[in-house]
Design a protein around this ligand. Sequence first.
Ligand code: CO8
Length: 258
Amino acid sequence: MENVRTENRDGILWITIDRPKVLNALNAKTVEEIAEAFAAAKRDDSVLAVIITGAGEKAFVAGADINELAKMTPVAGKFVSEQGQNVFLQIERFPKPVIAAINGFALGGGCELALACHIRIASEKAQIGLPEVTLGIIPGYGGTQRMARLVGKAKAFELICTGDRIGAADAEKIGLVNRVVPADELLSVAEELAKKIASRSPVAVRAAMEAINHGADMPFEEGQLLEATLFGLLCATEDMKEGMAAFLEKRPAKFPGR
Ligand code: CO8
């Protein structure tokens, strides 16, 4: 791949967006490569969690590539928006946890990429926003939908309609990021979190993610039914037997992931 680096380190897949000269802006090729990286990770049983970050000191991703956007026709605009939405939905629906390690600017499409991840850890230097209205467009990779669902409509209206970016501490206050850490600790904190999740029962983590992800789009009672069904299924797994036995025998569990 040209613009995306991947590295599997002990079951944690690192995906690094690597176009630092343009602050890791997402051109079409990069979006395609992100999709490829996730498709490969989905097939790879050795991957237990994913961390996505940006190359260089300055940016996570500073948005869609404005050089490409500037030339876009209406038909291409709709198509490219839908394509990106599909890729980001693939991330949101990814069966293993995806952590965004936000190391700097996460703007426009970069903010939308972070929003599609399951957990967001931000460096103190992160600046997050959806500045599309300053360019005469709106977020097109799911940002209007995910931002409102994550921080509530009032905050989403303010952020999206002003196009202002906010610092990491303010992002944490409104629930836009899970946690803020010093810049030099960002990657190790993200890795520690990914490793902790990877040490839990993979089938239980997957079921929990499915319940949260799909339940959010369902009426409450149907969401509860999904939860109960997944709970029942887990009772048939080796992971469940091992988890319970390990607790009763006062030893750490060794989950087979089945
Ligand atoms: N696209 C292309 N190039 C970019 C982008 C970008 N999004 N962001 C930065 N760059 C380039 C700059 O042009 C500059 O290039 P050069 O060195 O050749 O001049 C280089 O990166 C470094 O940037 P700056 O010199 O501007 O660095 P500063 O530290 O002065 O500023 C900022 C950093 C504040 C991040 C500034 O670069 C900036 O405002 N960038 C644009 C941010 C933005 O508006 N992002 C939103 C883009 S729109 C979008 O994301 C829509 C998503 C939905 C698309 C749906 C598909 C149709």
